[in-house]
Design a protein around this ligand. Structure first.
Ligand SMILES: Nc1ncnc2c1ncn2[C@@H]1O[C@H](COP(=O)(O)OP(=O)(O)OP(=O)(O)O)[C@@H](O)[C@H]1O
Length: 624
């Protein structure tokens, strides 16, 4: 582990002692890592209970991540902690492990009138994820502890039932707590009496999604003795606000990698971009997926639900099956789609990352098609305010994140990209940037590069797609794009929602009892009635230039080498150590002959992200 620097924070409440700010720094690169390996602490050395260590081992987790190494001892000591570390760095276990350990020692005592540990997360999906994580730990440790999850959409009777067993741990969203107070499900006085640990997970997102008032109603009843933990992937004024609102004399842990500058995106994620017009985005994503120059599984982000359906219908015509995840789907379906994607049942998932209703409204305004307007009036989707795909969801084995639409903010970008390269795995991202998105993209780039290093290229042009390869698909792509009309999009969207509502009901009543049958409900079913035409499904070899063919072959080989060519079973951490660079063509590909590139010389992409056919333009390729 790197050296810890201690410096006082200047923004804690005046009545409390000076806070310690601990900045953990780690050098990137393999040599440094190896040297550090010896200094790395084990779970035993962190003082973790043997039952927890055994449970982790059963899950293939043997070594704590840096944030776990740093945060666990402080939390066990009883300190309030603000922990900021990159997406995918293992923050959930960093707080869950010591939280459980503390409750182990209390487990023989008389049950309290309300849960003694609250974990507040910004979305239902995350609620489910954290609940699952804490539940398997409890089960594997065989301790008498109980965790429940509550979300606002639950009927009051279900909430009451869940709390009747006097659980020690409650995982919920901030919006749910005032609702529980109003419905008499939770008693504020009982919470004040019982609460010992409060965790705000994904703190950087809690306020930005309008939970401020909800949080205030919680903080007003948090007893002074309660230990508060605040976990976050980025720093923002919102995190600072929360810190002041809730924490007492916190230890502030800021985990950085590499140099002094902030690198919120993990260094094991290679970031690329492609410059293209808004119209050509369909063509480019087709080339990326059809020519197989990106590694599966792929998570594709779009900004509006309609765009998601447009993309799905378009790709379908070329025989590329995708599933869609958005806030208008019923919760059961959303959770099921996530489960199936994590289990490797399909390779491509198109997701909206928040409830972008304003954007959808703007689109409605600009639409002059009467029929379509009528359809829109009829079809009013209800979006779930607690939906959030990027908010901390642990997608398993996503190798590539594609920004089909650029996110609206730097934080949005960081959280999207953070869905790959989780824990010790590697990944890459490709952003399709149109001229209209260039300003936002520049902002993201300069934020990632940091103040001192404005010109450094953290996001480099995508090297594995030549202009010729893209152009060879243009005619087909444009032809098919014309057939995906606004009406067909709207109809598909309505049809998908109807299907998912049926799925959701089925899931609820029948499939709970028969989990194996869940697989029968496939979410990447075709929406269009006609099967893809053979000439679109199979791109003839003569259309693709030699360089792209080689790139595609390399990606497939790498996939086979990584054991990803078969549909894989869910999650789990492989115990085998793999070379971090080995087999990834984005790290080794060199269009000029040798397959082992030396940190540069990718295929035909100019520094501006536009394709070139000679392969000489991209001199700067990021090494990780
Ligand atoms: N010590 C470890 N060794 C290996 N894998 C781990 C370890 N700790 C956590 N993981 C795994 O790493 C993945 C990412 O962890 P987690 O979701 O906690 O990240 P995070 O820091 O909360 O990310 P985000 O900010 O995006 O929510 C999970 O699949 C988790 O099981």
């Amino acid at each position: 582990m790197g050296k810890a620097k201690f410096k006082p924070a200047d923004d804690v409440k005046p009545e409390v002692e000076e806070a310690e700010e601990v900045e953990e720094q780690r050098d990137g690169g393999e040599v440094a890592e190896e040297e550090e390996e010896e200094k790395d602490k084990s779970f035993e050395e962190l003082g973790l209970d043997p039952r927890l260590i055994r449970a982790l081992s059963k899950k293939g987790i043997e070594k704590p991540t840096p944030i776990q190494q740093t945060a666990i001892p402080y939390i066990l000591e009883g300190k309030d902690v603000v922990a900021r570390a990159k997406t995918g760095s293992g923050k959930t276990l960093a707080y869950l492990l010591p939280l459980l350990q503390k409750l182990f020692s209390d487990s023989g005592r008389k049950r309290k009138p309300a849960p003694c540990a609250f974990v507040l997360v910004p979305s239902r999906e995350l609620c489910q994820q954290v609940y699952t994580e804490v539940s398997w730990l409890i089960e594997l440790c065989r301790v008498q502890l109980k965790a429940v999850q509550l979300t606002s959409s639950m009927p009051v009777s279900d909430m009451r039932n869940a709390l009747a067993g006097l659980p020690e741990i409650l995982v919920t969203t901030p919006a749910c707590i005032p609702k529980c107070f109003a419905d008499g499900v939770l008693d504020p006085a009982a919470i004040s009496e019982s609460l010992e640990i409060l965790v705000l997970d994904e703190a950087d997102l809690l306020l930005s999604y309008g939970y401020e008032d909800n949080l205030r109603s919680v903080t007003s009843i948090v007893p002074r003795r309660c230990q508060c933990l605040l976990m976050s992937a980025t720093t923002s004024s919102d995190v600072e606000k929360l810190k002041k609102l809730i924490l007492h004399n916190p230890v502030v842990l800021t985990l950085q990698e590499g140099s002094d500058k902030e690198e919120p995106v993990p260094s094991n994620v290679q970031q690329f971009w492609i410059s293209c017009s808004a119209q050509d985005k369909l063509l480019h994503i087709l080339a990326l997926l059809k020519l197989e120059v990106v590694q599966k599984k792929v998570l594709i982000f779009i900004n509006t639900i309609d765009m998601g359906f447009k993309l799905k219908l378009f790709l379908e015509k070329f025989g590329i099956k995708t599933a869609i995840l958005n806030g208008e789907l019923p919760q059961n379906s959303r959770l099921h789609i996530l489960e199936q994607f994590n289990a490797g049942l399909f390779d491509y998932l198109i997701a909206t990352d928040d409830n972008n209703q304003t954007k959808e409204k703007e689109e409605v305004k600009g639409d002059d098609n009467k029929e379509s307007k009528k359809n829109k009036r009829r079809f009013k989707p209800k979006l779930d305010a607690e939906f959030g795909v990027v908010r901390g969801i642990d997608f398993k084995k996503v190798h590539t994140v594609i920004n089909y639409d650029m996110p609206q903010s730097v934080t949005g970008y960081i959280h999207r990209i953070g869905r790959t390269g989780r824990a010790y795995s590697s990944g890459s991202s490709v952003s399709l940037v149109s001229p209209g998105e260039m300003e936002g993209f520049e902002e993201i780039k300069s934020f990632l590069a940091g103040e001192e290093d404005k010109d450094s290229d953290i996001i480099t042009p995508f090297p594995l797609l030549t202009e010729n390869a893209v152009e060879s698909l243009r005619y087909r792509a444009e032809d098919v794009a014309k057939s995906v009309t606004k009406i067909s999009i709207r109809e598909s969207r309505a049809q998908d929602l109807r299907n998912e509502i049926i799925n959701s009901e089925k899931l609820k009543s029948h499939f709970e009892a028969n989990p194996r049958d869940l697989d029968l409900l496939k979410h990447d079913k075709l929406l269009s009635k006609t099967a893809p035409a053979p000439h679109l499904r199979d791109i003839p070899e003569y259309l693709v230039d030699a360089k792209t063919q080689e790139a595609s072959k390399m990606v497939k080989l790498a996939r086979a080498a990584m054991g990803n060519n078969r549909r894989s079973g869910g999650g789990g951490n492989s115990k085998k150590k793999r070379s971090r660079k080995g087999g990834d063509p984005l790290k080794t590909f060199n269009a000029n002959g040798s397959k082992r590139g030396r940190g540069g010389g990718g295929v035909g992409q100019k520094k501006d992200g536009k394709g070139s056919s000679d392969g000489s333009a991209n001199k700067k390729q990021k090494t990780v």
